[in-house]
Design a protein around this ligand. Structure first.
Ligand code: FCB
Length: 510
């Protein structure tokens, strides 16, 4: 079902926009497998039309869009940020009593991660944090999104606190605050303590309870930081890619376990929001969902509606409306192929109320879109980047934001990840495709704000080149290049572009 195909890297062409900068380079994909084929016309599910087709709902046309001639400005106080995560940048995987995570285990298994890469050295962020804060200051960002490594706080996922781990994050947060940078703290970015995995991981309910206890410890340690908090990073990717496709830790291939991992992560989110309120922690809290506009090829509206359920509504509906959609899980084309009754048996009375505990914000992670064919398979309808799962379509960001405005209860929105990898694994400073990508996505964000979307922040993924999961160190997403031998940091050209956008609080047409 998820065939491995050799990577075909595109020829470099710096003159074109991010839309055109890449051609398909499919390989075993980390989250969806694109089966090829370009849509002649497609319909956006729960959103707008493209290519002149009738909309399934919300009929505002979303054809290719051109920016105005004048720079587009952002509201005063708009937050510009950059993001990373613990396992991807910290390195120092055995320092100060850190326990093992599922990613350490996964990396140690031969053939799972490209080049046999591990979390060491990462970008050596655990030791170079002062240098990194200086880079952030140079960039001018108002906020930095990072994650706390649960195995540094509780090495076996429960029980006593590892004070050395807590102290490190306290120092780091104080460093950010001194630099005038708002901490944006993710509590779980996929590095589950291995001991909890051994006890069943996200397949079992107890892990959600353990997460709430861990969250309480971190809230307590950083109670006064006035941070933005994100409970779980991309529960969909962790559930599907880690528990169904098997190409992320913990490397399982069972869709029934994957949907259990969805429910228990969402429950963990809700329990953590409750603890946050009970403890009176300062700041705001929400979940970070990766969402993806789904465009149906002609005649594929029904399977595409199910893909939309599995990719988007399973998470959005649960968190924002307290319901699971009826069509995400089951045997039909486009669904997660798991037994719905067995899933429902995991959902106890009160769980959906917990999951939909009112949050302060919704964090949206946007990388691109997907097409859906009549057989329910996800197909490529736009060029992909060097990450074969990423179909480049900046207008999709607008479609997504407008959909959230129209179909869900009002809630402040943030884009907490958005970015593109370099074309090749080699260290690169010259990255016009990234500048084009960021420019076009900032424009779509500005366009959405002008149309009444309550968008408050935009974080670029990533501040630094880092460990990109199954791709190891061979896919570089940073606006700062990292030489993994020397750990020398060099800002890429896109860093300079981003600095100008931040300084002007505006994005120019070209
Ligand atoms: C997101 C992940 C992040 C990084 C980017 C490229 O899905 O949250 O850690 O891998 O993709």
């Amino acid at each position: 079902m998820f065939p491995s195909r050799p990577a075909a890297r595109p020829a470099r062409d710096t003159s074109r926009s991010a839309h055109d900068a890449f051609r398909d380079g499919p390989e075993l994909d980390r989250r969806t497998v694109l089966l090829g084929g370009v849509a002649a016309g497609a319909v956006l599910l729960g959103g707008c039309t493209r290519s002149g087709q009738a909309a399934v709902s919300s009929p505002s046309p979303s054809v290719a869009w051109a920016p105005p001639a004048e720079p587009m400005t952002f509201p005063t106080g708009y937050t510009w940020g950059a993001a990373t995560s613990a396992f991807q940048v910290e390195g120092s995987t055995t320092a100060d009593g850190r326990g093992q995570s599922v990613w350490d285990t996964f990396c140690a298994r031969s053939g799972r991660v490209k080049g046999g890469a591990t979390g060491d050295p990462g970008a050596d962020g655990y030791r170079r944090w002062q240098e990194d804060i200086a880079l952030m200051s140079e960039l001018g960002i108002g906020a930095y999104r990072f994650s706390v490594a649960w195995p540094r706080i509780q090495p076996t996922g429960s029980g006593p606190v590892n004070q050395l781990g807590v102290d490190w994050y306290r120092r780091f947060v104080d460093g950010l605050l001194e630099a005038g940078i708002r901490p944006a703290v993710t509590l779980f970015h996929w590095d589950l303590p291995q001991a909890l995995q051994d006890a069943g991981g996200w397949a079992v309910r107890d892990t959600a309870e353990r997460f709430a206890d861990y969250a309480s410890i971190v809230f307590d340690a950083l109670a006064d930081a006035d941070a933005d908090w994100f409970t779980i990073n991309e529960p969909k990717t962790h559930a599907y890619v880690g528990h169904w496709y098997g190409s992320h830790a913990p490397g399982l291939r069972d869709p029934q376990v994957a949907v259990a991992a969805v429910h228990h992560q969402l429950l963990a989110h809700g329990l953590a929001v409750q603890r946050f309120r009970e403890q009176g922690t300062s700041g705001r809290i929400g979940i970070a969902l990766n969402l993806m506009p789904v465009y149906a090829q002609p005649g594929a509206e029904e399977p595409a509606t199910r893909v939309d359920a599995a990719e988007n509504r399973l998470f959005l509906d649960a968190v924002l409306t307290g319901q699971y959609p009826a069509d995400a899980i089951g045997p039909l084309p486009g669904q997660v192929p798991a037994d719905r009754d067995r899933f429902d048996a995991l959902v106890l009375d009160g769980d959906l109320a917990t999951i939909s505990e009112p949050a302060d914000l919704l964090a949206v992670q946007y990388y691109g879109v997907t097409g859906v064919a009549k057989d329910g398979s996800q197909v490529s309808i736009h060029p992909t980047s060097a990450a074969s799962w990423q179909q480049l379509w900046p207008e999709g960001l607008y479609d997504l934001l407008v959909r959230l405005r129209d179909e869900y209860p009002a809630i402040p929105l943030m884009i907490t990840e958005n970015g593109i990898p370099d074309e090749t694994p080699e260290l690169t400073i010259d990255d016009p495709y990234r500048t084009a990508y960021l420019r076009e996505h900032f424009q779509q964000a500005a366009r959405a704000i002008a149309d009444g979307v309550p968008l408050e922040a935009h974080y670029v993924w990533s501040l630094l080149d880092n460990f990109e999961w199954g791709e190891g160190y061979q896919q570089r997403w940073g606006i700062v290049a990292v030489d993994f031998d020397t750990q020398e940091r060099t800002p890429k050209d896109s860093f300079g572009f981003y600095r100008e956008v931040i300084a002007a609080n505006a994005v120019a047409p070209s």
